[in-house]
Design a protein around this ligand. Structure first.
Ligand SMILES: Cc1cc2nc3c(=O)[nH]c(=O)nc-3n(C[C@H](O)[C@H](O)[C@H](O)COP(=O)(O)OP(=O)(O)OC[C@H]3O[C@@H](n4cnc5c(N)ncnc54)[C@H](O)[C@@H]3O)c2cc1C
Length: 409
């Protein structure tokens, strides 16, 4: 395959310059031996959405259903990510994490996590409540799991190096290119934006919050819609950052696909509290001052039958998240269950992120990563957390699927 010799702009175009798109582009170069891979993104730089607005945690793999794509790809992804960050000199700190049960109802759920950890081959130590302060002097609880392999990393730094390698390998990144239409004609895919068109042989869709729309533009038949869940953060004030050494998490509610409000010390030493999970009325409605949700997004969301099924299924938890989002008192109460010394003046607002969570028309939130194919295209339809952790392995998985498509008669 060679783009320039055939009058095409590239052999493969990848829509989306987040960590999944850039990792996939590199994997296509490395695994399929294709040089001319062009990544397109609508923003003025890579990593402007989920990849640049997350907790920066390299998850250990303890949470995921044994045998799932998440469990498998996280395991492969962590090792690769740690090695590559060492090569590149990107900040990567294997700081470890505590998952703390603060009520008796949470103890069986902590046990279930321990079972999953064993099944997924993730080492951890069990701590009775009185030993929690040995790891986190200011944390309190009835019991905890200490997972030493959990790390924090600079994800935008990873994307920067992936993009640099992509260009060195003969590919490119074009920013300011919002994909508005895709047409598959014979053995060519034409990708259109307001500023022009790009032609290639194959397309990979890693468009995160818009991946369902890009899939439909390419003619994919999929039942899946993206539901945007905003994750709001607070930052601990300078006088309080000493209350947390590394990462302190609650025991997650197994009926809800998010991990609960936690405390994370990032690679820059700042400590973030959050994220919650609030339904956002726009896919990029971060809730900054003056930021209004896109009217089309809101209309589409409220008209989605799946959302009403979802509301019935998760109504109580969703409502609680919404109330907590409006109430600093409730947020503080949740944080203080883990670290009681955090005071009302210690929480400062910090930028939010929005999760791209796929939902079926029956209102089921997809738990696992999801991929699909349509003529000449591979689509990443669900890559929420821990997709940043697993990104290098997801890239390989997508390249393998593209290789199968190329090889098919
Ligand atoms: C609050 C929050 C906390 C999280 N914490 C963690 C964590 O600690 N650890 C972890 O492993 N994961 C975490 N995640 C999940 C992780 O951030 C994502 O799984 C990962 O970043 C997904 O990467 P992506 O490349 O698929 O998406 P994105 O980073 O969102 O990239 C998609 C790109 O596609 C572009 N795009 C979209 N539509 C178009 C279009 N039409 N034309 C051109 N370009 C387009 C966008 O501009 C964007 O750059 C978190 C996510 C959130 C929101």
């Amino acid at each position: 395959m060679s783009g320039t010799t055939t009058g095409l702009d590239a052999d493969v175009v990848v829509v989306g310059a987040g960590i999944v798109g850039t990792a996939t582009a590199r994997a296509v170069q490395e695994r399929l031996g294709v040089r001319e891979v062009l990544v397109l993104d609508k923003e003025d730089a890579p990593a402007r959405h989920q990849t640049g607005r997350n907790s920066g945690v390299v998850h250990s793999g303890i949470y995921y259903a044994p045998g799932s794509a998440k469990a498998r790809l996280v395991k492969e992804g962590i090792t690769r990510l740690a090695e590559r960050c060492a090569d590149w000199g990107v900040a990567y700190d294997r700081c470890g994490k505590l998952i703390v049960a603060t009520s008796t109802e949470e103890l069986p759920r902590l046990e279930e996590l321990a079972r999953r950890g064993r099944a997924n081959g993730v080492p951890f130590d069990r701590l009775p409540g009185h030993r929690i302060p040995e790891v986190e002097p200011h944390a309190r609880g009835l019991a905890a799991l200490h997972v030493r392999s959990t790390a924090v990393v600079d994800y935008p730094g990873v994307v920067h190096h992936l993009a640099e390698e992509l260009v060195d390998g003969g590919g490119g990144v074009r920013t300011g290119f919002r994909v508005r239409g895709i047409e598959v004609r014979g053995d060519t895919v034409e990708v259109r934006s307001d500023t022009g068109a790009v032609r290639a042989r194959w397309l990979v869709n890693c468009a995160g919050l818009h991946s369902d729309r890009v899939a439909r533009m390419a003619g994919a038949r999929t039942d899946v819609h993206i539901v945007p869940f905003r994750g709001e953060y607070q930052e601990l004030a300078a006088g309080a950052v000493g209350l947390v050494r590394a990462l302190v998490y609650p025991v997650p509610d197994p009926r809800w696909p998010f991990l609960g409000v936690h405390l994370t010390r990032g690679v820059d030493g700042s400590v973030h509290v959050g994220p919650n999970a609030v339904l956002a009325l726009g896919r990029e409605h971060y809730g900054d001052p003056g930021d209004r949700p896109d009217a089309g997004d809101t209309r589409e969301l409220l008209g989605d039958r799946g959302l009403w099924h979802l509301a019935r299924r998760y109504g109580t938890t969703g409502a609680r998240e919404l109330v907590r989002s409006r109430s600093r008192r409730l947020l503080l109460a949740d944080v203080r269950r883990l670290v009681p010394e955090v005071g009302p003046g210690d929480l400062l607002p910090a930028p939010a992120g929005i999760r791209a969570q796929a939902m079926t028309s029956a209102g089921e939130l997809l738990d696992d990563f999801a991929f699909a194919s349509s003529p000449r295209c591979v689509h990443v339809l669900n890559a929420p957390s821990p997709a940043a952790t697993a990104s290098l392995a997801i890239g390989d998985e997508v390249a393998r699927r593209l290789g199968d498509l190329v090889a098919a008669p």
